[in-house]
Write a protein that binds this ligand. Structure first.
Ligand SMILES: C[S@@+](CC[C@H](N)C(=O)[O-])C[C@H]1O[C@@H](n2cnc3c(N)ncnc32)[C@H](O)[C@@H]1O
Length: 264
């Protein structure tokens, strides 16, 4: 019954402009396995929106196994739904033989970061967060104003890592890349990077830092691409998708997936 609730489609309609209240309400419903969808998408007319319901029904994340067990443990520490978590898990496993480590910017309470660390024990997973909320909100971001998601700490992430029995994480506290990138070896390569930072400029700075350090065939995931309220990141990914050095895919779970191509 619990699993059925988590994976069914529920559209609950809310109005209102108070982002922090909306975040709180959304988080509460999310913990119960529901999602909140605005009653009207009209606020950001520069981006086309619709509720997307896939007709696919193969759901491998329901199988009992290592993913299911790990997801059950991280579920209370993530804002990311099971479909995106499953994709991160799969990519972390599939990229095991691609050279380089794993980088996540936008860790919050550690859910997705610790999940990738569990899936890829041979790699170091750098977990980068201000732990004081979202930064660099600008006019490109219609919803985010700054400081959202500040309700976490380094200790919360450490506790989750212990619960999952992962030892391959390094936590970097501060604005990335401005304050914390210098703590990473200058010549380090990455095979997988998960950018979940909510605003245009923050995501742009993270991408600009990591892209030259991505191995060929390595993958950068933008969590926020397909989501109402994250229009700054949607704009950024559409700009990046016009470049010739990547393949960009819109996974209808909301992710933008950029695969690094060899440059001529
Ligand atoms: C939506 S939350 C991340 C959610 C997380 N991946 C999960 O599993 O639920 C976004 C996080 O990005 C962080 N953040 C935003 N911009 C940042 C930056 N430039 N450097 C470090 N952290 C940043 C915020 O502090 C916040 O915790």
């Amino acid at each position: 019954m619990q699993r059925w609730l988590q994976n069914s489609f529920f559209a609950l309609f809310v109005n209102g402009n108070d982002m922090s209240l909306k975040h709180l309400i959304r988080r509460g419903f999310h913990a119960l396995g529901y999602d909140l969808i605005p009653a009207s998408f009209s606020a950001y007319s520069h981006v086309p929106y619709a509720v997307i319901t896939s007709h696919a029904s193969y759901a491998p994340w329901l199988e009992q196994g290592p993913f299911n067990e790990a997801y059950r443990r991280i579920q209370g520490n993530t804002l990311v739904d099971v479909h995106r978590c499953y994709e991160l898990w799969q990519l972390a496993q599939q990229l095991a033989s691609c050279p380089g480590n794993i980088l996540e910017i936008g860790v919050w309470r550690g859910g997705t970061g610790c999940l990738m660390a569990k899936a890829s024990p041979s790699k170091t997973v750098f977990l980068c967060d201000t732990f004081s909320g979202v930064v660099k909100a600008s006019q490109k971001d219609s919803s985010y104003k700054g400081n959202e998601h500040a309700d976490t700490s380094v200790n919360v992430v450490k506790k989750l890592a212990a619960k999952l029995e992962v030892q391959n994480i390094r936590i970097l506290q501060g604005i990335f890349p401005d304050e914390t990138a210098p703590q990473i070896d200058a010549d380090m390569l990455f095979s997988l990077c998960h950018i979940d930072v909510d605003t245009y400029q923050s995501a742009r700075d993270c991408f600009d830092w990591v892209w030259p350090r991505m191995a060929i065939g390595g993958v950068v995931i933008f969590d926020d691409y397909g989501f109402y309220g994250c229009d700054g990141v949607t704009t950024l990914c559409n700009e990046l998708g016009t470049r010739t050095d990547n393949l960009m895919l819109y996974n209808l779970n909301g992710h933008a997936i950029l695969v690094k191509q060899a440059t001529p």
